[in-house]
Design a protein around this ligand. Structure first.
Ligand SMILES: [Zn+2]
Length: 308
């Protein structure tokens, strides 16, 4: 049934409009060819901008972090907001890092065992923490684009981090929307884990397809304990999160090669969570005109697929 659905907390709407109920079909995955010119591959370290971190600290690294060659923000710029008449702007100040998830060119995040996904999460947190401490940084955004439709321009599996001088508007909106509510996440998680949108849960995390999912197979992962930032995760929780993420990634692999995920770290009240979704195409006229996205996969159907 088609519906116009409102987000749990935000004044954000989405049209749920399954043209026809279609089961996800298995896509064929072509093995990527080894590319000796790939600057993300082990042995080609000299081809990347300045290295910031590697794990472990040996020649045979498993994860490697360096500045993005085509950064959206750079440290040399002035973060101070200036007004010129009615126009306000600042320099595009910040830090844009690339985190190479694996030394193997043809290895994807979903191919990694839980322990290695946990290593990736630990390095994410190491970099979030390092950047949060930097002068002039108000927010650190951590995300992964996989596949061309999700915005990835390079095949070798990697994640990115952008630290900059503003708190994103969406985070401010989420903070504001829950500020006056009593235990909003407790009620939300309890309600959704008891609904047809329930996906998985383990000892520390719960995952479900949001009622007003904006994208096909959108899924949100919440810690059961209230924390603001991923950097507060305990060792146990990191393993628990890696377990759930691996299951989700393997499911996203079945519905297609393109996905995004990103961290939503809170500032004051918003609980840390991760949003993950399949990406199929670009936004069309109606969506641009109204800011109301059209999702062709009902969250209840998506959740059923995740549970199967
Ligand atoms: Zn490579």
């Amino acid at each position: 049934m088609d519906e116009l659905r409102k987000d749990y907390f935000l004044d954000r709407y989405v049209l749920i409009s399954p043209v026809r109920s279609k089961r996800p079909h298995l896509v064929r995955h072509e093995k990527k060819k080894k590319d000796s010119r790939c600057s993300f591959c082990i042995g080609n370290e000299g081809k990347t901008p300045q290295e910031l971190y590697r794990y472990p600290h040996t020649k045979e690294w498993q994860l490697r972090v360096f500045y993005n060659k085509y950064p959206v923000v750079t440290p040399g710029k002035n973060p101070e907001m200036k007004r010129k008449g009615s126009l306000v702007s600042s320099g595009s100040f910040g830090y844009h890092e690339v985190i190479v998830d694996t030394p193997g060119h043809d290895e994807e995040l979903w191919d990694l065992p839980i322990e290695r996904i946990a290593d990736v999460l630990r390095v994410y947190n190491e970099r979030i923490e390092a950047n949060m401490k930097k002068r002039g940084i108000k927010y650190v955004s951590l995300f992964k684009n996989h596949g061309g439709l999700a915005g990835a321009s390079l095949h070798h599996s990697h994640s990115q981090l952008v630290a900059y001088s503003q708190i994103p508007e969406i985070i401010k909106e989420k903070e504001k929307a829950i500020a006056s509510r009593d235990n909003p996440y407790g009620h939300l998680i309890k309600g959704e884990m008891d609904s047809s949108r329930r996906c998985f849960e383990n000892i520390h995390f719960a995952a479900f397809c949001p009622f007003a999912s904006r994208f096909p197979y959108e899924i949100v992962v919440f810690p059961k304990r209230h924390i603001l930032n991923a950097t507060e995760l305990t060792e146990d929780e990191i393993i628990s999160l890696a377990e759930i993420m691996r299951i989700i990634l393997l499911k996203l692999r079945v519905v297609g090669e393109n996905y995004n995920f990103y961290f939503q770290n809170g500032i004051k009240n918003m609980r840390f969570h991760i949003e993950m979704m399949q990406r199929k195409g670009t936004l069309a006229g109606f969506e641009l005109a109204t800011d109301c996205l059209i999702n062709t996969v009902r969250p209840e159907d998506a959740a059923k697929f995740y549970r199967e």
